[in-house]
Design a protein around this ligand. Structure first.
Ligand code: PAF
Length: 283
């Protein structure tokens, strides 16, 4: 595995891969099985696997947890070596945002809903860094997890709007054995918070069970989900959303393949998200 810390060395590494199918897995590091599932899919489907690790300051608000965000480059690097990744890109902040930095990407409409409501500016930071990474690496395929469903939908829109020549692969959520969706932020939970956090996947399982049993009414599903979360006093609801996949507007009824059922909660200082998409999502 070749580790590149600068754009010039990344370009040299990629020049050596000319004519091959390049796949990109963008990450913020502190890797878990969810990230590794993306890396493995990329290895299966592409000739060259490039992983980026960059804790992107632009997607953290002033009151958010940039400093608390877990990091362990040595462990990440060892895991990626084991997975036989070809190129690891670990840029510094000045490399990605040389001063003065003035160019930003807004995916209007999709960026201000759900997570965007409580994290203003977050998706501008995500869209900007993802476009920069796609532009730098020109991969044929790029891999993202469904856990960040709004992020995936926004990137899908960005790719369509700017005619980017990349195929997006959105892969299923990977969960711990107790059902909690894997997230680098899970290490920030105390043992008590970790137990309480299980109400989040429970509320989604409840909604999914109701959908399977034939319930399509969004209001009824939201109420069932809220009741499940309300039983856990350590959790506060940021949002419970049942929205259309294409514009994230509220859906009155579940439409298979075009509805996102998502929730975000706070447990102590940590914010967790989870979702499911009845009928699945296509890019
Ligand atoms: O999902 C993430 O880890 C980040 O939002 C991403 C896509 C790597 C952009 O910083």
């Amino acid at each position: 595995m070749r580790t590149c810390r600068g754009i010039a060395s990344l370009r040299r590494a990629l020049a050596a891969c000319a004519g091959k199918q390049v796949g990109l897995v963008p990450t913020m590091g502190f890797l878990h099985e969810g990230h590794l599932s993306l890396v493995r899919a990329c290895r299966r489907e592409c000739d060259v696997t490039v992983v980026s690790i960059f804790v992107n300051p632009a997607q953290f608000g002033p009151s958010e947890d940039l400093r608390r965000y877990p990091r362990d480059e040595r462990r990440d690097s060892a895991l990626l070596r084991q997975e036989q990744v070809d190129v690891l890109f670990v840029p510094g902040e000045n490399e990605m945002y040389p001063s003065p930095y003035r160019t930003w990407v807004d995916v209007t409409g999709l960026d201000s809903k759900l997570c965007g409501r409580s994290r203003p500016g977050h998706f501008r930071g995500v869209a900007t860094v993802v476009l920069k990474l796609l532009h730098l690496m020109r991969p044929q395929r790029a891999y993202f997890g469904q856990k960040d469903a709004q992020q995936a939908l926004l990137i899908r829109q960005l790719v369509r709007d700017l005619n980017l020549p990349v195929t997006l692969r959105i892969l299923p959520i990977v969960r711990d054995s107790d059902g909690l969706a894997l997230s680098s932020r899970n290490v920030l939970l105390s043992a008590r918070e970790r137990r309480a956090a299980l109400a989040l996947p429970r509320c989604l399982r409840r909604a999914s069970g109701l959908v399977e049993a034939g319930e399509t009414n969004a209001r009824a599903l939201r109420a069932a989900m809220a009741a499940e979360i309300a039983r856990e006093p350590l959790l506060t609801i940021d949002y419970i959303a049942i929205v259309r996949l294409d514009d994230l507007e509220d859906a009155a009824e579940i439409a298979a393949g075009n509805t996102l059922v998502a929730a975000a909660v706070r447990v102590g200082r940590t914010r967790l998200i989870d979702n499911f998409i009845p009928g699945g999502m296509s890019c």
